[in-house]
Design a protein around this ligand. Structure first.
Ligand code: 9W1
Length: 418
């Protein structure tokens, strides 16, 4: 028996096509789905999930169900739900409460609906569901073997809670798996940011001076991809170690004041506010394009851009032209929000494949071992990380070498080497 509330169930056929496309790009999850379809290690488990309702998430949800779980879902962000995907899941008998553009009250109503199944496992992106259990329905915690968390922010909140001894059940920090954060942030953000810029502008990247502010994982991914398309990439940084890495990677490193004068495209990936502000806008060339892929939409100081401008108009979707009082034009993409989400489609399915395979395997582990774990935040095991990387490689047809017994002994022999 499924229960649902979605925007329009008639969108199901469109959603099914999207899900099928994602399935054809997510070989690790599909392999795991096949592997566990007979043994059903999640049989008897009731999973409440709170995660972006996208075609990739749908592949995870269907895999959880094939492994035997009863699943009840809500979206973790009122704006990320794809209504056709939600309709497709509902039409396939999954309980789901999610629609695009819901209010804050509706958001929590949806989470509460998913808790009506009295979950044995929870899955979060941002820890809203876990917090709901702790703050509003702590009596449910007794029946919960464990939960997983997808994001950095959520893991931070949960570690603080564990520290304060307020955590009522064990959590696995899926975010901290190497096959999650080290791929998601670099290759996911890198490609989708370029994708967002292209959809909003249709510019030629080759030959452009492409300024990337911040050389963390997201900045590195974006810089790498821009270079791959023929741009001259400039990196700005505040951290000397990151700046040195960018330099030895072959990028030009300079201050934003210097970069402002030469840049054609600017993208911020820092997590800090006011990275590009008034004095930078004043130095920019006519036609400069600015956007953000960092976590908050304050990396570009838009109040100051507006102060400098005499008019603005939307020249294309997600592309606003600002006419400055000196006659110069600056183009702002996606209103300074995350350009990879607002102007493109988030991370590609192939990247989410690994993130969500981590979710799936962590839940199987919790179903088996959760009752033996203390309340705390746990990392994904290195074995799980390696298994996911190994399956991904094998689905790509890539073979790797392995050590012989002699080599393994050599590795452990500290007396060798002189
Ligand atoms: N997550 N399936 C927007 C995504 C919003 C979003 C967000 C992703 C995926 C970063 C997760 C308009 C997908 C998601 C499509 C979309 C995320 C916030 C995914 C990238 C993270 C705040 N964070 N993510 N695919 N919205 O790509 O689940 O298109």
């Amino acid at each position: 028996m499924s229960n649902y509330k979605v925007k329009d169930i008639a969108l199901a056929d469109e959603g099914k096509l999207k899900i099928e496309w994602a399935e054809s790009r997510m070989p690790v999850l599909m392999e795991l789905r096949k592997k566990y379809s007979e043994t059903k290690p999640l049989k008897g488990m009731r999973i409440s999930g709170c995660l972006h309702v996208t075609k990739e998430t749908a592949v995870l949800v269907k895999t959880l169900r094939t492994a035997g779980a009863e699943v009840c879902w809500s979206g973790c962000n009122p704006l990320s739900t794809q209504d056709d995907v939600a309709a497709a899941l509902a039409s396939e008998g999954i309980s789901i409460y999610a629609w695009h553009g819901q209010s804050v009250e509706e958001f929590y109503w949806c989470i509460d609906k998913t808790l009506e199944i009295k979950p044995t496992l929870t899955l979060d992106d941002g820890a809203d569901l876990i917090f709901r259990v702790h703050n509003k329905k702590p009596e449910l915690a007794e029946g919960i073997l464990g939960g997983t968390e997808e994001t950095t922010t959520g893991v931070h909140r949960l570690r603080a809670m564990a520290e304060a001894e307020k955590l009522l059940y064990p959590i696995i920090a899926v975010n901290d798996a190497e096959t999650k954060w080290d791929f998601d942030n670099v290759y996911g953000t890198g490609q989708s940011s370029i994708d967002g810029i292209l959809r909003a502008t249709s510019i030629l990247i080759a030959g452009k001076n492409f300024v990337v502010a911040g050389y963390g994982h997201c900045g590195r991914g974006t810089a790498m991809r821009a270079r791959g398309m023929g741009a001259q990439v400039i990196v700005t940084e505040v951290d000397p170690i990151s700046a040195l890495k960018a330099t030895l990677e072959g990028f030009r490193v300079m201050t934003m004041d210097e970069a402002a004068e030469v840049g054609d495209v600017f993208i911020t990936a820092t997590g800090m506010k006011d990275v590009i502000k008034k004095r930078h806008f004043e130095k920019m060339k006519d036609g400069a394009i600015i956007c953000n892929t960092g976590h908050y939409d304050c990396e570009l100081n838009l109040d100051e851009l507006k102060e400098l401008s005499e008019s603005s108009r939307e020249i294309r979707p997600n592309n606003e032209e600002f006419k400055l009082k000196d006659g110069k034009r600056i183009y702002l993409l996606a209103k300074g929000r995350l350009v990879n989400l607002a102007a493109a489609e988030g991370h590609p399915s192939e990247v989410m494949d690994m993130s969500f395979a981590n979710q799936f395997m962590a839940l199987i582990y919790l179903a088996r071992e959760g009752k033996n774990l203390e309340r705390g935040v746990y990392d994904v095991s290195h074995d799980q990380d390696e298994e996911i990387a190994a399956i991904k490689l094998s689905t790509m047809g890539i073979k790797i070498d392995s050590l012989t017994e002699e080599q393994k002994a050599y590795e452990k022999d500290f007396s060798a080497g002189t």
